[in-house]
Design a protein around this ligand. Structure first.
Ligand code: PLP
Length: 409
């Protein structure tokens, strides 16, 4: 049984108030809160083991190295990676995708090649490919999104073809709450002789992920959205591909031999981990995935599916004229909406006065905003510690906000 009261007790920040009102944290797509287990792992690391890794032979260096490598193994296990050598620590999803666009894209893309993305991408799975296309002469193509927030898969079948070298798509949308059929996209990509990259920033924290069954070649995610610290994330890639790729950053640790005029590279994953890494961050992320595993990702998914669907229902039934973007059912806990007559920024401001943390803006998806015909939306995004009561508080606060603005209309 999913014991929500017990889960909430693990998150100290959920006990705080905002202007005398209990905090309702609904900005989880931006970043998640951290359980005591992760905070303790960080403190413990700094209080007992802190040292730089892979270099020293003293006790602390050995302990820190072991903790860092254990964290790598935990994260690899969490996403079903077949081996730990394919798991590269990065700063997060953005850096992971840049690593591939740089290390694979610039080396392999040529004039006339195509990279297929979707219209729903976060800027971090769009801009790196724009830069790679600019430098190589490759062309970007886009799978359209239908009005119901799902991808037009018939168009995907037409777009992915002999010129395609890479298909890169978001797994779960940070605006629409849609879970995209990335398994099918991977099949189409491989059928065309292309590779598949999955932006897992909004899936790894919320659904069971197994890179083997997704069939992808690269999977990118951020620690801070899945209960871990900021500044740590990961890229999983097929080891054979990572070996062939160019390094992304050069410097200490990523080399085998350095001469004055050239260098050779360390084995993967170290070839991609230049300089001093975020060791404590990795340790914290390791504790975060252990926490997620202790809850069970199927349970997390089910809890959030219920909250997302309940929020969709309550908001659409009680707030006449509201537009909720994305599919009605089978959504994640991301609920973006537009309440006519109230600007999303004003809405977030009023919600904040009720202690409710939400987000409004373009959510780093400007092309998708244009496709939706808006410049911004309001967004409530739920996570494993949110409750139905919090959905009710959101619905009530929105009704109040509408009255408030109605008074001045
Ligand atoms: N991709 C998606 C779908 C996201 O929602 C985000 C963050 O909001 C990112 C990528 C970028 O993540 P980060 O800023 O942690 O690199």
């Amino acid at each position: 049984m999913y014991d929500i009261a017990k889960v909430r007790r693990d998150f100290p920040i959920l006990g705080r108030e905002v202007d005398g009102k209990p905090l309702v944290y609904l900005d989880n797509a931006a970043t998640s809160q951290k359980p005591r287990q992760v905070l303790d792992a960080l403190t413990q690391h700094y209080e007992r083991h802190n040292a730089n890794i892979h270099r020293g032979v003293h006790r602390l260096a050995e302990e820190s190295t072991a903790a860092y490598e254990e964290a790598r193994a935990k994260v690899a296990r969490f996403i079903g990676a077949p081996e730990t050598t394919g798991l590269v620590f990065t700063r997060g999803t953005t850096e992971s995708i840049n690593l591939v666009a740089h290390g694979w894209g610039r080396k392999n893309l040529r004039e006339g090649d195509e990279v297929v993305l979707t219209e729903t991408e976060h800027h971090s799975n769009l801009v790196p490919w724009q830069l790679a296309a600019r430098d190589t002469g490759a062309r970007l193509r886009f799978i359209p999104v239908r009005d119901d927030g799902t991808l037009d898969m018939e168009e995907a079948e037409r777009l992915i073809g002999p010129r395609t070298r890479m298909v890169a798509a978001v797994h779960a949308s940070n605006v629409l709450g849609t879970v995209n059929p990335v398994e099918r996209l991977a099949e189409l990509a491989h059928g065309a002789g292309a590779l598949m990259l999955v932006d897992g920033a909004q899936s790894a924290p919320h659904l069971p992920v197994d890179v083997g069954s997704l069939g992808c070649d690269f999977f990118a995610a951020s620690g801070h959205k899945m209960l871990g610290p900021m500044g740590i994330g990961y890229l999983w890639g097929r080891t054979d591909l990572l070996r062939e790729m160019d390094p992304f950053l050069g410097g200490g640790e990523m080399i085998r031999e350095v001469h004055l005029d050239h260098s050779t590279w360390a084995e993967v994953p170290y070839k991609f981990e230049a300089g001093t890494m975020n060791v404590a961050g990795a340790v914290g992320l390791g504790a975060a995935v252990e926490y997620l595993e202790s809850l069970g990702m199927e349970n997390v998914r089910e809890h959030e599916r219920q909250l997302g669907e309940y929020a969709y229902r309550r908001l659409s039934e009680e707030l006449e004229g509201i537009t909720i973007y994305g599919p009605e059912a089978d959504r994640t806990g991301v609920v973006s909406f537009d309440l006519p007559g109230v600007h999303p920024h004003d809405l977030s401001q009023l919600l904040d006065e009720e202690g409710i943390a939400s987000r409004s803006g373009h959510h780093c998806c400007q092309p998708l905003m244009r496709r939706l015909g808006v410049s911004s939306t309001a967004r409530a995004s739920f996570y494993l510690y949110n409750t139905g009561d919090e959905v009710d508080r959101l619905a009530e606060a929105l009704a109040e906000a509408r009255k408030f603005f109605g008074a001045f209309a």
